[in-house]
Design a protein around this ligand. Structure first.
Ligand code: C2E
Ligand code: MG
Ligand code: MG
Length: 695
């Protein structure tokens, strides 16, 4: 070594470690001592230790190592390292022997380093590792580490149980190798996503090391070190029995117990899927098959044999059709088949196959039974609007009933004419179109009265249609048709024209405060030109916006709230009163009304009818009235039919009333005759039958 003594000493003095170079003679007295500055400061040694024994000169804190460790170094001739904790400070001391040329140990160099911080960090790390380790060791879920190729690196004890493999088997396997084939694509995809940094959950089937099939719920978490994914953690829960139970329950819910075929709800779901997946291409065919007179057979042979017959039939159907159709049992003696034919022509053989299938007798308990069935078929394609499974099933059922009507053992294809309802709608639509051209609709008026004074506040305009053959057709029937066909705009305009012209007339006669309430369909509200149309009519008749009130039914408003809110706001801004009709029949709350621009709520007739008998109705009624008044809204009770109802409504504080108890809707002439002759007396006598009970 080239460095001279001074260099080494001054270098040693600059060190933050305590350095003590000692030479001791036979009697264990210090004959040499180099003590660096740190050692002096930390342990209080000075060079006057020379000549003293270890016991005499040793710092009490250091006596131990100076005595024992010193001996150890001398005895073994090896370096000794140990650590000591004094007053919370952790020191690590290293004792190195120094030999002379003869190989004898002449000195010992002791270097003491304060390792408190490092040691504390190390301990913290150790404890943290232990904490994580216990999460790993004692977790009920199987936890395993996989490398980037999916090979196992480690597996916790639960994992060993779940996967049924020991450490040796584990090291030879990858996770993918135990996954069931059908799930492999999914598992590979999930593993890759996790390698790309995503945490993923999925379920998969595996075959464990004992050959048992298990179902696992797996989470893959990317293992990230220095910002890089180095592998994937797997957390697996064994859900085999849960899954089995769930499947059993599902099977019970979806399976017909007798035949093992899908039941009605399962078939409906299948149909829904088919309708969706074949939306663009090809056809979906639904066949419904009902055994003719099965009830008679069942009653005569008994239920057990009846079941046998159905079971036998299900087997024959399965044999004949399972390649082309999904087959289910949707009722006692009713089967349904769903297929995906290329064309309607593909189904022409059905009738023949069924004939053949039923031509053989059903042989149960040594007896032969001859059965027949009626079949209905409907075919829908991508261009067909019928996308609702229930509707499609209904078509097939209608066709089946038509087969039954025509005789036994027949097959009928559904056609539009079978649908009574749609035929009726078409009829109404055509007739309505005609009557609108002829201006043959008319309007009746029903007064809405102040509940205290009987004063007429408004007349509700109710459209009427008298059909030449059918007589009166209710608006409840034709308004939906008008909405569906788009004729509602003309109906609406007609009612507006008619009722505003009446109002103008009544205004001229001096009835300044009476308003007109007009029912507006949500379809009209969706029409952008509604506002302009109303304004034009008001201008034309010289009326003001607050002369009219528009009634909109609660359910339709709430179902279409996003579409109509803007128009409602604009109408209110104009100064037109808005009322919510048939309130209480929908699912809105009073608080949802708060956010909408309604001035009035018309409490639905059902509450008024029930109020005498159902105590809850009265409570609801009371809170509706109270809340509405707190919100500054007017309440109208519609459909008041009796004095008793009226009395309750008055007690509960309803603002206005309307109903047959006061008067049915009447023609404009009758209204004029009854109430509008004299401007001072536009009130309805309340409770004529009770004589003096008028208000
Ligand atoms: P709505 O707006 O709730 O009208 C009240 C209905 O209850 C009317 O039936 C009325 O005649 C009837 N009514 C009034 N008081 C009583 C009573 O005390 N007891 C009973 N049982 N019924 C009573 P209507 O005229 O058959 O109208 C039925 C629905 O058709 C109306 O319900 C309304 O939603 C709709 N409607 C009527 N006219 C029009 C219209 O011009 N345009 C639109 N969009 N819808 C209309
Ligand atoms: Mg109404
Ligand atoms: Mg109503």
């Amino acid at each position: 070594m080239d460095l001279n003594q001074w260099d080494i000493k001054s270098f040693a003095n600059m060190m933050s470690d305590a350095v003590f170079i000692m030479g001791v003679d036979q009697e264990e007295r210090f004959v040499y001592a180099f003590i660096n500055n740190t050692c002096k400061k930390r342990f209080g040694y000075t060079e006057d230790i020379i000549g003293k024994t270890i016991e005499e000169g040793a710092n009490p804190e250091m006596v131990d190592y100076l005595n024992h460790r010193y001996q150890e170094v001398l005895k073994t001739g090896e370096t000794v390292i140990y650590s000591d904790t004094v007053h919370g400070r952790i020191d690590e001391t290293k004792l190195d022997p120094v030999r002379n040329s003869a190989g004898d140990i002449t000195h010992i160099i002791a270097v003491t380093r304060n390792i408190t911080t490092i040691e504390n960090q190390r301990q913290a790390l150790l404890r943290s590792n232990q904490r994580y380790q216990s999460l790993f060791d004692y977790n009920k879920s199987g936890i395993f580490e996989l490398d980037k190729n999916g090979r196992f690196i480690s597996l916790n004890p639960s994992g060993t149980m779940i996967l049924g493999m020991d450490e040796k088997e584990m090291m030879q396997n990858s996770f993918h190798s135990i996954v069931c084939m059908e799930d492999l694509p999914q598992v590979s995809e999930m593993f890759q996503r996790s390698l790309d940094g995503e945490t993923v959950d999925y379920q998969t089937a595996i075959i464990d090391a004992n050959g048992d099939r298990k179902r696992l719920d797996v989470t893959h978490v990317p293992m990230i070190v220095d910002y890089e994914v180095v592998g994937v953690y797997g957390i697996a829960r064994d859900i085999t029995s849960e899954h089995r139970q769930k499947k059993q329950i599902e099977d019970l819910a979806n399976q017909d117990q007798l035949t093992g075929m899908p039941n009605r709800s399962a078939m409906k779901r299948k149909l829904k899927e088919k309708l969706r997946s074949h939306q663009k291409d090809g056809y979906v065919a639904v066949l419904v098959l009902d055994v003719d007179d099965f009830k008679l057979i069942n009653d005569s042979v008994g239920h057990d044999q009846g079941d046998e017959l159905i079971l036998e039939l299900s087997k024959r159907l399965d044999q004949a059709f399972s390649k082309r159709f999904d087959i289910g049992r949707i009722g006692g003696d009713e089967f349904m088949m769903i297929g995906h034919p290329k064309s309607r022509g593909d189904l022409t053989d059905i009738s023949g196959i069924l004939d053949h299938l039923f031509s053989e007798p059903f042989h149960i308990e040594n007896r032969n039974y001859y059965l027949k069935s009626s079949c209905g078929i409907t075919v829908v394609n991508g261009h067909n609007h019928q996308r609702i499974p229930e509707d499609v099933m209904k078509q097939a059922e209608m066709a089946m009933y038509s087969s039954k009507k025509r005789g036994r053992g027949l097959t009928t294809f559904y056609d539009e004419s079978m649908n009574e309802a749609s035929r009726r709608m078409l009829f109404l639509e055509q007739e309505l179109q005609l009557i609108l051209q002829e201006r043959g609709l008319f309007v009746h008026y029903q007064p809405i009265l102040d509940a205290r004074t009987g004063q007429i506040k408004s007349f509700e305009a109710l459209v009427r249609w008298h059909h030449r053959q059918e007589g009166a057709i209710s608006p409840s029937e034709f308004i939906p048709v008008a909405e569906e066909s788009g004729l509602i705009h003309q109906v609406g305009e007609f009612v507006l024209d008619e009722s505003l012209s009446m109002l103008t007339k009544w205004r001229k006669a001096g009835h300044q405060d009476i308003r007109i309430s007009i029912n507006i369909s949500v379809k009209q509200l969706e029409d952008r030109s509604l506002l302009t149309m109303i304004q034009q009519k008001l201008d034309h008749y010289g009326l003001l916006p607050h002369d009219i009130e528009l009634e909109i039914t609660e359910t339709v408003v709430m179902e279409n709230i996003d579409k109509v809110r803007h128009t409602l706001d604009l109408l209110q801004d104009k100064g037109i009163y808005l009322s919510i009709d048939d309130f209480g029949t929908g699912y809105s709350s009073m608080s949802s009304l708060n956010r909408l621009p309604f001035h009035t709520i018309k409490i639905d007739r059902s509450f008024i009818t029930d109020v005498m008998y159902v105590s809850k109705s009265r409570a609801i009624l009371r809170s509706m009235i109270q809340l509405a008044s707190e919100m500054g809204m007017t309440t109208i009770a519609e459909g008041v039919e009796t004095k008793e109802q009226f009395d309750i409504l008055r007690t509960e504080g309803v603002s206005e009333v309307q109903g047959f108890y006061f008067t049915k809707p009447v023609t404009a002439c009758e209204a004029e005759e009854k109430w509008l002759k004299n401007p001072e007396n536009s009130r309805v006598t309340m409770g004529v039958k009770q004589g003096k009970d008028s208000v």
